[in-house]
Design a protein around this ligand. Structure first.
Ligand SMILES: [Zn+2]
Length: 270
């Protein structure tokens, strides 16, 4: 039985099927059309599992701040039209399944920064989901007011200050060229320094909120923005106890994700 696994984020759509894999720019792709093309070309596919960077509950897309998609009831659409098994979950919940498999721990929290910020918590071996599978959306907790809006509609979300898309919007707002985190940090331009200062504060604020709320044994950091700036781990380890509840930091292990594409790997476990 052949299966198609997909991880779609704000920037990339990664897929894997029958030992073939590739990644394409997700902004140019319609997820539903992409899957349909695949199914029409490969009649042997009997299962599709999707890791989705947005809010998903029971096969239905509730919101997707960084991905445009019209077919909200995606599971129903595919199971009615094609004779396949269709699974979809939030990308961080998928990444959590992969980390659980790797780390063999029953108490893990994930804080990932890519286009946006994603978090998830494994508590006593269960993913903390909430009523509509919306628990742990730390990227959208209020942080500071910004002069532009988040994909969720608010203008004060944490991810506006530390997510890749938020950083891009800040550079645009100040009329700066797009800069990497290190360029922002080392820049002599006042506005660039301000963006970096807010970035670091937002990261520490978000992570400490997660640690204080979830009290995990292991905190796994990941996502494109953190993975391409691994020195941030040092800053976090040095400063986190000033932000999070001290008792929650005792014995806490903070690690960078060592799995390549954990969300895609997690989709395989759905
Ligand atoms: Zn938001």
């Amino acid at each position: 039985m052949a299966s198609l696994y997909i991880d779609i984020g704000g920037t990339w759509l990664r897929w894997e099927c029958c030992k073939q894999k590739d990644k394409i720019r997700s902004k140019k792709r319609d997820l539903v059309k992409f899957i349909e093309n695949f199914l029409q070309k490969n009649g042997s596919i009997k299962k599709v599992a999707v890791s989705f960077a947005g809010q998903v509950n029971k096969g239905e897309i509730l919101a997707s701040p960084n991905i445009s998609i019209k077919t909200k009831n995606i599971k129903k659409y595919f199971t009615n039209k094609y004779n396949i098994v269709f699974k979809i979950d939030n990308d961080l919940n998928c990444a959590l399944l992969a980390q659980k498999d790797r780390l063999k721990s029953d108490n893990i929290a994930l804080f990932f920064v890519g286009t946006g910020v994603g978090c998830s918590v494994l508590e006593d071996n269960h993913i903390v989901r909430g009523k509509n599978n919306l628990a742990c959306e730390v990227g959208h907790i209020p942080f500071k007011k910004a002069p532009f809006r988040c994909g969720c509609g608010k203008d004060n979300c944490l991810e506006l200050f530390c997510g890749g898309e938020g950083l891009r919007k800040w550079c645009e707002y100040y009329g700066l060229k797009e800069m990497t985190i290190l360029e922002l940090k080392n820049s002599k331009i006042k506005e660039a320094k301000k963006i970096y200062k807010n970035f670091q504060k937002a990261i520490l604020y978000g992570i400490s909120t997660l640690i204080t709320l979830a009290n995990p044994k292991i905190l796994v950091l990941g996502g494109g923005v953190l993975e391409s700036n691994p020195y941030i781990l040092d800053i976090i380890e040095k400063k986190i106890c000033r932000y999070a509840l001290k008792e929650s930091c005792k014995g806490l292990k903070i690690v960078m994700s060592e799995i390549e594409n954990p969300s895609l790997e997690g989709a395989k476990l759905l």
